[in-house]
Ligand binder design. Structure first.
Ligand SMILES: [Fe+2]
Ligand SMILES: [Fe+2]
Length: 443
């Protein structure tokens, strides 16, 4: 996670239009190169024109990181103080807003750690051990319960958000950068180190997100986990600085650090997290969801279903009628906004196993309806303590991998997010044994 402020942040463009990022992301996930070196170079030249908050020399990085930590802690204390005095949530107006955010960042979370992939090959060189350990921890050391990609996937599934949501192509930018850095890491070592340095400093928005998700009854274990694992004292943030200091060459260290900076700035391409969260529009999201559903529903209703002189099929027959449809539902008394949704006839038609329209809307779409109808009406929400679900899982060791697997074959199975598949988890465990890099447990 990045911390820097950037005075000349490029606008959303010149990110490729027309799903180009998503296509590149998917190709990289499948192990295809997809012209990603030239693409990465183009992103790095965008980064060249940006500014950053890194200190002048690598020797100052530890102090810089501690100062960042202090500022985040201070910001967090202020936030908590405001909340204690009755301030509203800073990020999420309602649960639909939070579910939207969780889906928007899913392409990034689905490749958590990917930028470090190329370091796996350097297991013989102790200067790489900090980066390799970071990568292995992202992978949960091959334990399905601890693998970050799987933790996020389970969160999406529990929330009923497992189907890929439609989203702007730009949402694939971070994930594509991470996969490209992972694939070409040997040529771009300083840039990988710089990117890692930015990504692994725990930011204030992570703390606020964790707090507000719990408040909305959403298990924020994934986010809470990153508050602890990325910490600047001994966690990923500290390992990031150590790696830079160990791997910087004696000759050409200025040039190395210059490239580190460019990699660091890649974290700032695209929209920052607080701005992304603030861009949510409940009404527009509900309309977009209805517009998508309209196509499937337009011949499904009997003609005696009428709303203000039009049959439901007529309402659904052409694009652009959904704002009027929402108005009509209110005028006809199907929806009472600003009250408990359970009082609205419409809500009772779509929610619950015996509802006449059961299954028409998925969990996220129902949450959009709920929050749009409630329109600020407060239901008593259940606070979920982060980790309450995940930590309840019993540790279950996986079967031993086949002996004699060459390390390169194992590494191949740990690329992209293949490490989150059963075979990848086994490969990760075998890699730990074969390289002697398994972490000893205190005993
Ligand atoms: Fe992670
Ligand atoms: Fe991390």
């Amino acid at each position: 996670m990045t911390v820097m402020t950037c005075t000349s942040a490029p606008s959303l463009m010149p990110v490729e239009r027309g799903g180009g990022l998503q296509r590149r992301y998917r190709a990289l996930l499948q192990g295809e190169d997809a012209g990603s070196r030239a693409w990465l170079d183009a992103q790095l030249s965008r980064a060249e024109g940006m500014s950053d908050d890194l200190p002048a020399t690598p020797a100052q990085l530890t102090a810089w990181s501690h100062e960042h930590c202090r500022q985040v802690a201070q910001g967090h204390a202020q936030y908590l103080e405001q909340r204690r005095h009755g301030a509203a949530r800073r990020y999420f107006d309602n649960r639909a807003h939070a579910l939207w955010f969780i889906q928007q960042v899913a392409p990034t979370k689905a490749v958590d750690g990917a930028w470090l992939f190329s370091t796996l090959k350097q297991w013989r060189d102790p200067r790489y051990h900090g980066l390799i350990r970071t990568y292995l921890e992202e992978l949960g050391e091959g334990d399905a319960h601890l693998n970050h990609v799987l933790i996020y996937q389970r969160l999406l599934t529990r929330l009923g958000c497992q189907d890929p949501a439609p989203m702007a192509d730009e949402r694939y930018l971070s994930g594509t950068l991470q996969l490209a850095l992972g694939l070409h890491g040997e040529r771009y070592l300083p840039e990988v180190i710089g990117y890692n340095l930015g990504y692994e400093q725990p930011p204030l928005h992570l703390l606020i997100t964790t707090y507000e998700l719990a408040e909305l009854g959403i298990d924020g274990h994934y986010f809470q986990l990153h508050v602890t694992i990325d910490n600047a004292a001994s966690g990923h943030a500290q390992k990031a600085i150590q790696a830079l200091q160990q791997l910087s060459p004696v000759r050409g260290s200025d040039e190395f650090y210059r490239r580190v900076r460019h990699g660091y700035r890649l974290n700032d391409l695209g929209t920052d997290t607080p701005s992304l969260i603030a861009s949510f529009d409940l009404h527009a999201e509900l309309l977009a969801a209805l517009e998508r559903k309209r196509v499937f529903g337009q011949f499904m209703h009997a003609d005696h279903c009428r709303l203000q002189k039009r049959t439901i099929n007529q309402w659904l027959a052409e694009p652009g009628l959904m704002p009027g449809f929402l108005e009509a539902m209110q005028a006809q008394g199907w929806i009472q906004r600003g009250a408990d949704p359970a009082q609205s006839r419409w809500w009772r038609m779509i929610e619950g196993p015996s509802a006449p329209m059961f299954g028409v809307f998925n969990a996220y779409e129902k949450q959009l309806w709920y929050d749009w109808i409630a329109a600020g009406w407060q239901s008593p929400t259940r606070r979920v303590m982060p980790g309450s679900w995940e930590s309840g899982l019993a540790f279950k060791p996986l079967p031993a991998p086949r002996p004699g697997q060459a390390i390169d074959t194992l590494i191949e199975r740990m690329a992209g997010n293949r490490h989150a598949l059963p075979e990848g988890l086994l490969a990760t465990q075998a890699y730990l044994r074969a390289t002697g890099l398994a972490q000893e447990i205190p005993h």
